[in-house]
Design a protein around this ligand. Sequence first.
Ligand SMILES: N[C@@H](CCC(=O)N[C@@H](CS)C(=O)NCC(=O)O)C(=O)O
Length: 333
Amino acid sequence: MGQLVEGVWQDTNTREVNRDGQFVRNASPFRNWVTIDGSPGPTGQGGFKTEAGRYHLYVSYACPWAHRTLLYRSLLGLEDVIDISVVHPVNMENGWVFDGYLGATPDRIGGARFMHEVYTRAEPGYSGKVTVPVLWDRATDGIVNNESADIIRMLGGPAFRGLARTWVDFLPADKLDEIDEINDYVYRTINNGVYRTGFAQSQQAYETGVAEMFEAFGVLDERLRDRRFLHGDQLLESDLRLFTTMIRFEPVYYFHFKCNVRLLSDYPNLRRHTRDILNLNGVRGTVFLDHIVDHYYLAHRRINPYGIIPAGASVDLDGPDWGPDEGQEIAAC
Ligand SMILES: N[C@@H](CCC(=O)N[C@@H](CS)C(=O)NCC(=O)O)C(=O)O
């Protein structure tokens, strides 16, 4: 996986590890916000006001961070308001590319071949990683934001409320502190935790990551013992952020990132939570196991040099193990 250096693509290793072999994720550089009147949001510049059809999402169906944005788009009914371009799942020496693969699309904005061209179109001298998701602005021909945590707060906030077909509040004000607290914990131990484990370059770094992750599984399983969702009866932002990692756990992270201390089925409440969300209206259409499996096993050649896909990775999400519980209420809220 390469990166851009002053606008030029370089196929050099960008793995982010510190001296102890621990994976450390870089901060996302584009942090502007769409707001109702175009005034600046919590970070970045102003100038991005609410308008149907103005914004576009670049995503990979394989990526758990991009998956967050797809879930919001689907659950809120924003498909006609924000269109998408979908990259090929296997990012190799050229990074993300637009190429033939079932479900992938061309670059619907500028017809680019490579995702790095989208970044240099926005900022010709850009240096850094070329990641998805990206929220693109047709009006300024540039990137609004490339941080999924921000993008979902935008899509689920006042800026898009008036455009959503089915409005659900995933971030009620009275739950904000609790949501932030759970998000931080789940990000550190699970969302980013799987990468800390999988990309560790020392035994110690791996062991720390995997121990914290499985401790968190136990904590969340206990929390979900008498709650349908992490905060009670209501599906909220933290549930959706947890889901995009957990749905990849059995097919990918368990094997590929060596997260194999215990099985997901050893955490019955956590597994039920994942299955429950999968069966809510609008969720299954955002889960593309073929993109997920091919991306991780085929693109990460440093940790899987021959691109072998383990037999157990073929989880049947359409089978009874992952179907709705009898009598499950499948409305989103
Ligand atoms: N903090 C970012 C992370 C996005 C991210 O790391 N995306 C990965 C795909 S899962 C990516 O595009 N990686 C390409 C690379 O690292 O070169 C977010 O949450 O939006």
